[in-house]
Design a protein around this ligand. Structure first.
Ligand SMILES: NC(=O)c1ccc[n+]([C@@H]2O[C@H](COP(=O)([O-])OP(=O)(O)OC[C@H]3O[C@@H](n4cnc5c(N)ncnc54)[C@H](O)[C@@H]3O)[C@@H](O)[C@H]2O)c1
Ligand SMILES: O[C@H]1[C@H](O)[C@@H](O)[C@H](O)[C@@H](O)[C@H]1O
Length: 347
């Protein structure tokens, strides 16, 4: 079986995922694409190049008989409306992160999915498919180094555009860690605090405070510091160090060559997310395609999307109040449906 995919939002990652689906994933092809009217000419050109149908309206694309499953790669605000429409149309849907910025929208998605009776939603938290994170998780789960105590993380982008503002550092960028770190540790966060250094980089713009520091605490008391610095200039630099009782586990940036010359030894740093996480995205999309064919979605769920959004909402609130804000999750409404082992913990 070949899954016929309709993709909404042919921007940066939309194009990268189209290339991935057409050339590197088996069992799937893009048959329909859609974007906003202002991008009609470009979207039609992309449609023609891959032999897909152009849709001017995302909801029509979702309803089309030609489309078996939906990929949402629009900007964040449009994610929940299209996810809900895909559930309504009884179609599997891959929605890029965040599932929704507002936790209330995540609850709407979960309610619709549970009412529908089977999992249809996978959220694009691709770090769960990254070899580096996977190996760190395996070491942690082995308990060979004792219990995790502290995490030191950085999430750095070389630069961002002027449409990227202060809240996006948490809601669009740190949301990756808000999902990945609880998944890594097997427990949820209970509080968040954001502090803004008085001194900012000269490479930012008036609507963006950059960098920002986020401090998180988990249920068992593990402390996390996370630096978000999205105009760092030197590359796409993702780090995660887990300090355990008798060892330190570190994520390494994958690189495949080094240069030794003139008393220097250097290795390249990834340029952007598409390069740093290429293996993770490929594995994520192959796994999603296989699960659509089996009619059994299993990757990061709407519940995971909800938990991450509650954490980002608490962090955003903390930036405004200057206080440590609690991360209060509802009890998982259906732990069996969402593969959650304890009341709140996702597996
Ligand atoms: N998983 C990852 O690492 C990763 C990496 C990059 C982007 N993303 C996510 O993917 C999404 C897109 O990011 P991007 O960098 O490609 O942004 P982008 O701005 O380059 O592209 C977004 C596209 O969506 C279109 N769009 C916006 N609203 C729409 C609507 N209502 N209907 C149809 N089309 C609409 C825009 O016109 C644009 O072409 C974001 O949600 C982002 O968080 C995830
Ligand atoms: O800060 C960016 C992240 O590093 C990427 O992984 C994407 O999620 C992108 O949308 C964010 O803007």
């Amino acid at each position: 079986m070949v899954v016929n995919i309709g993709l909404i939002g042919v921007g940066a990652i939309g194009k990268v995922h189209i290339e991935r689906i057409q050339n590197r994933i088996s069992g799937a092809q893009v048959v329909a694409v859609c974007d906003l009217p202002k991008k009609e000419a470009e979207t039609k050109k992309i449609a023609k190049a891959i032999g897909a149908e152009y849709f001017a309206d995302g909801f029509e694309l979702i309803k089309s008989d030609k489309v078996d499953a939906v990929v949402i790669t629009t900007n964040d605000p449009a994610h929940p409306q299209y996810t809900l429409a895909a559930i309504e149309a009884d179609k599997h849907v891959f929605c890029e992160k965040p599932m929704a910025v507002d936790p209330a929208d995540c609850i709407k998605v979960m309610d619709a999915e549970m009412k529908h009776g089977k999992r249809l939603v996978q959220v694009g938290f691709m770090r769960a498919f990254d070899r580096g994170y996977d190996e760190v998780k395996a070491e942690l789960d082995s308990h060979k180094y004792g219990e995790p105590l502290l995490l030191h993380c950085t999430h750095r982008n070389p630069s961002v555009g002027t449409e990227y503002d202060t809240p996006m550092a948490v809601e669009n960028t740190a949301v990756h860690e808000m999902f990945t770190l609880p998944w890594l540790l097997g427990e949820n966060f209970i509080s968040a605090k954001v502090t803004l250094p008085r001194k900012q980089t000269r490479n930012t713009h008036s609507n963006l405070h950059d960098p920002q520091m986020i401090y998180l605490e988990t249920e068992s008391g593990v402390l996390v510091d996370l630096e978000v610095f999205v105009n760092c200039q030197w590359g796409y630099d993702i780090n995660c160090k887990v300090v355990c009782e008798t060892g330190e586990l570190s994520l390494l940036d994958p690189h495949y060559h080094e240069v030794k010359t003139a008393n220097k030894d250097s290795v390249p740093i990834s340029e952007d997310w598409s390069d740093r996480f290429v293996q993770a995205y490929d594995t994520e999309f192959q796994s999603w395609t296989n699960s659509v064919i089996a009619d059994k979605t299993s990757g990061p769920s709407a519940w995971d999307g909800y938990c991450a959004s509650v954490s980002t909402a608490a962090a955003s609130k903390s930036r405004e109040t200057g206080k440590t804000e609690p991360i209060n999750l509802i009890d998982c409404p259906n732990p069996e449906f969402y593969g959650v082992s304890k009341n709140k913990e996702s597996v």
